[in-house]
Design a protein around this ligand. Sequence first.
Ligand SMILES: C[S@@+](CC[C@H](N)C(=O)[O-])C[C@H]1O[C@@H](n2cnc3c(N)ncnc32)[C@H](O)[C@@H]1O
Length: 201
Amino acid sequence: MGVGLVGRIRERVQTTGIENTLKYAGAVLADQVNSFCQETVLDLKYSGRVLYGNEKTRFKQLGANDVYHTDYSAMPLIFDYVAIKPQDVLVDVGCGKGRVINYWLSRGYQNKMIGLELDPAVAAQTVRQFARREQVRIIAGDAVDNMPSEGTIFYFYNPFEWDKVAQFEERLVSMAGNKAVTVIYYNPKSLSVFANRNWDM
Ligand SMILES: C[S@@+](CC[C@H](N)C(=O)[O-])C[C@H]1O[C@@H](n2cnc3c(N)ncnc32)[C@H](O)[C@@H]1O
């Protein structure tokens, strides 16, 4: 059971005093305003619209998870782990509203980028926002059915549940053949699917 916001503030005032608590609150607020501004700038610059807000999936019966974003602030930490070469084809599996693609574009990558998105309404909007960017392609439909054979780096932020992840892994292995592919799996809820001899983790 959590102590709640008021409880936490009271506790902080008791331990550090009112002045330090106000300073801390100011710093937190400034940080949030700063993040909000940076997110808005990236959204508008690369997608021409703001991409805030999560949406409940309408495809739970297909094992889909909700539409929510990787935080922009986490992306440098995630992608700095992987050396992206000019010939790599980047795939966001379950791209949602496209913030990961915005981030890749903001890094100046000239690579081909592919977003796979199940929800037709979300996909249609994401197609529209990237329509003028030749290097970006959004494919509406099930990622397992639409896996692009040219993909070399697949970003994966829990688009769907375990059974579907197992299908995805099987399809990716058979599609890749001898070609090396990388899966960047953020917050890996079904990591055990990849615990087999096909993958170095
Ligand atoms: C957690 S969001 C991640 C969005 C984006 N990749 C990011 O990190 O900001 C997962 C997305 O996967 C989509 N999705 C769920 N099942 C899918 C499937 N079978 N094929 C393609 N996309 C799917 C959802 O509609 C949702 O937009």
